[in-house]
Write a protein that binds this ligand. Sequence first.
Ligand code: FES
Length: 321
Amino acid sequence: MAVRRLAPPELQPKAFAFTAENLAWSKRQIAKYPEGRQQSAVIPLLWRAQEQCGGWLPQKAIEHVAGLLGMPNIRVLEVATFYTMFNLEPIGQFHVQLCGTTPCMLRGSEQLKEICRRRLGEQHHVTVDGKFSWIEVECLAACVNAPMVQINADYYEDLTPESFEKLLDELSAGRTPKPGPQIARQFSAPFGEQITLTDAALYKRTNGAPPGGRSCASDAYVFSASIGVTGTFGPSAPASPAGVRPMRRSGPGRTGTPSALVRGTQSATAADGGTARSASATARARRTASRIPRTAHQGGWWDRPAEIAPRPGADPPNLSG
Ligand code: FES
């Protein structure tokens, strides 16, 4: 991370003021915050100032925003220098933010950096024709499509040295390349054939639920498989010796969340095992036990350690909808 300083004095404009339109917009933003909290509008106002200045924040713009919000200049400068989305020096018409964080690095961002250096010069400089500037940034949250760059407001992903060079050529020629993955891939969907979770047994239905609908049994099957518990439950599951009915929640075939199931189990454990607790808590635990699929607990799930038991007196999960 480079030190973030204001641009040198020779690049700084002598004055800055919002246009009438931007000033009206700023006042609307400020009015959104409760009395005494108007300073919370600092980021949107700085962003608007940056847009008005062609993509960077001069010192005078920072001071103007500070004046509008009644903040000391230094506080607004702290914000502007902290967030890398604020550019503190002029940028090119196309500002390339190249992600150099680990996933992108492992997938070839170093080669893209070399291309930037060769074609655009060093970071934080604008090319002579004013068209390009570039910087290396931290993760831009598109790691699944690494390596990637952000150019102005668009992401270009799944880059190779060839496609990145072509991208720069297109922009240079005044054309607008299509953002997103630069390979035959839809968004961040798997590229090529599915290679995980391909076992058809994972999707087996055990309760004859209608096609296309999710079922308690299918959800619970996947969940129980993931924790190593075998068993069948759902509307068509065999009744347990105690006659406990399979779990149902409101809505078509919903299942409880894993945590809800575990909490319910613990309530049932306490009820069955006679753990010391108030009579009302035990009654609640019993009510919960009657709503959970006991067949799913065969195999040891019943005996979860007590440290994840619900607090005495806590409401049991509502599994009945
Ligand atoms: S590491 Fe590059 S987008 Fe996350």
